[in-house]
Design a protein around this ligand. Sequence first.
Ligand SMILES: [Cu+2]
Length: 112
Amino acid sequence: MNHTHILIVAGAVVLGVAGFSTAAPTQSEVGVRVFQFRPGQLEVKAGTTVTWTNQDDITHTVTSGTPDQREGRFDRRLDGKGATTTVQFKDPGVYPYFCDKHPSMRGEIRVN
Ligand SMILES: [Cu+2]
């Protein structure tokens, strides 16, 4: 009898985890700190709104594409510490971006 009880509890835990994973996050955060986007690569579901928060005292940008190949989808300024901006990603695809002030700062949003 004890054994059966343990199996039921284990089943409930599995269901609980499955339930959590189907509730897909529709928001995601990227930090901008010490000249880096963190995480540099972020995977989200279509429709997700991504928020960038500047943790540096200087201005950064979130500019779509690469310095050599701008995509023009978004170009946002983050004017100093605490500045935030959001971009909603509606369509699946790979969206590279960079900082226009510091072109070595690169990031990528992968939308599934
Ligand atoms: Cu920058």
